[in-house]
Design a binder for this molecule. Structure first.
Ligand code: PLP
Length: 491
């Protein structure tokens, strides 16, 4: 028995545990807010990503759940004593790995308000504000990001919050499959047709596209991964050829996912050209702008919207670059009827007058799960407290920092830029080859002040520097640059 497991004798004489009352909740809540603020104020002093031995965190936890309630103060204490021993500091100013996962104070408050209300917004009638604030925020964003009006709720389209870009891709693929099979697979599933439904995306697209297609019953074989050019953009000529080939083979091409900001090197597909292929062959065009969509807040980066007017669906993740804490993905569709028809099942117990009136949105029909939380609150808090100008300033500052880093790397003899950075991601290789690049990645990360990750591009190992954390300032990127160049000389 470990020290934290209750002794059965004393446990038996303990008073029955009571849930927190309002007064204790206030005290504990204030303490937790202080704890979060203390963490954030001092986060820069920590090593960004120092991993414990596998199993080390579990070894500190009792082997069984406690029989009797423990004081909340003790649980809060274990945040420091146990949890913090195995946390990677994604909010650290030296966070340059993967992509940012910004969690601003503003969004934390929105998240807290959502948990406090604890509503289920599956139907408009189960909490009207949950649906209407969401619809309204996504209309705000259409205007703020200069996206086409067909995505507005007042048109035939509209927006919905999904948990992730992966879920957005899944519902888009299901809708595309239903549209292509004229809803035959809705009734008959995989037995619907002799024709194989085909999806297309680039070989640099996020793995969630292939995963979603497989979940939707489209075999890996029929997810065509189209090669990319030297900047990482889908080869549209090869896409067109592949679609024609599939048609000639008697298959049913249905769905194309273009990427605006690939996960590897942040390449931006030529959506307008891809849209032409989609139009010619009646394919559903999905745009995955998970990472880079936020840039559309700024006029000068609206190239990320190119071709959006022809997209059937378009998604981005405020939980990456826009400072809304995970999870929050925005999905817009041009024709909401296609999505709803693909996903709607109406059991008797959910029938209600508002739904029958046709005057309301029931978001359960726009997603995989039934239940949904009040996710729009954190978006509302962030949009209002930052203001669009505040958000634009954040995006611009990150792009400027990335530009400066890219210039220094470009001028440095033993390093090169693998692609020309479009926004806030800098893809770097050591001219000495993959082994030198690997040594450089290891050396950069060993220091503890910074954390970068890697990808492969046209077979080559790449050190990725993704600049987008809320806490990152030019001084941090300057210090990182000096560190990188010094290590490059040794790699
Ligand atoms: C991060 C990312 C995803 C996956 O995001 P989730 O929201 O975690 O599913 C998909 N596509 C791109 C381009 C991404 O950058």
């Amino acid at each position: 028995m470990t020290a934290t497991e209750p002794d059965r004798l004393t446990a038996a004489t303990r008073p029955a545990p009571a849930p927190l009352d309002a007064a204790s909740f206030r005290a504990a809540g204030h303490a937790l807010i202080d704890w979060i603020a203390d963490y954030r104020e001092t986060i820069g002093e920590r090593a960004v990503a120092q991993l414990p031995e596998p199993g080390a965190i579990r070894a500190m936890l009792p082997s069984r759940a406690p029989e009797f309630g423990e004081p909340i103060a003790r649980i809060l204490g274990d945040l420091d004593d146990i949890v913090m021993k195995g946390v990677v500091h994604w909010q650290h100013p030296g966070w340059f790995a993967y992509f940012p996962a910004n969690s601003s104070y503003e969004s934390i408050l929105g998240e807290l308000a959502s948990a406090g209300l604890g509503v289920q917004g599956m139907l408009w009638s189960t909490s009207p504000a949950c649906t209407e604030v969401e619809t309204h925020m996504l209309d705000w964003l259409v205007h703020a990001m200069g996206l086409p009006e067909r995505f507005l709720s007042t048109s035939d389209g509209g927006g919905v919050l999904q948990d992730t870009a992966s879920s957005a891709a899944l519902v888009a693929i299901v809708a595309a499959r239903e549209r292509a099979t004229k809803f035959a697979s809705d009734a008959h599933g995989l037995a619907a047709g002799a024709r194989a439904v085909c999806c297309y995306t680039s070989d640099q697209a996020h793995s969630s596209i292939e995963k979603s297609a497989r979940i939707a019953g489209i075999g890996r074989e029929f997810v065509r991964l189209i090669p990319v050019d030297d900047q990482g953009r889908m080869r549209v000529d090869l896409l067109a050829a592949e679609v024609k080939r599939d048609r000639a083979l008697g298959h049913l091409p249905a769905f194309v996912s273009a990427t605006v900001g690939t996960t590897g090197v942040n390449a931006v597909d030529s959506v307008p050209e891809i849209a032409e292929v989609c139009r010619a062959h009646d394919l559903w065009l999905h745009v995955d702008a998970a990472m880079s969509g936020t840039a559309a807040l700024c006029e000068e980066f609206r190239f990320v919207n190119a071709g959006a007017a022809h997209a059937d669906s378009w998604c981005f993740n405020p939980h990456k670059w826009m400072p809304v804490n995970f999870d929050c993905d925005v999905l817009w569709v041009a024709d909401r009827a296609a999505l709803v028809r693909a996903l709607s099942v109406l059991p008797e117990y959910l029938r209600n007058a508002a739904t029958e009136s046709g005057k309301v949105i029931d978001y359960r029909d726009w997603q995989v799960p039934l239940g949904r939380r009040f996710r729009a609150l954190k978006l509302w808090f962030v949009l209002r407290s930052f203001g669009l100008e505040g958000l634009r300033a954040l995006v611009r500052s990150h792009v400027a920092m990335a530009r400066r880093l890219a210039d220094r790397v470009h001028a440095y003899p033993s390093l090169e830029l693998v692609t020309e950075p479009a926004l806030n991601l800098v893809a770097i290789a050591h001219k000495g080859g993959d082994e030198s690049t690997q040594r450089l990645i290891d050396a950069v990360n060993r220091d503890g002040r910074f954390f970068v990750s890697h990808c492969r591009f046209h077979g080559r190992l790449v050190l990725r520097v993704s600049i987008g954390a809320l806490a990152t300032t030019p001084a941090h990127v300057e210090a990182f640059t000096e560190h990188l160049l010094a290590e490059a000389a040794r790699a």
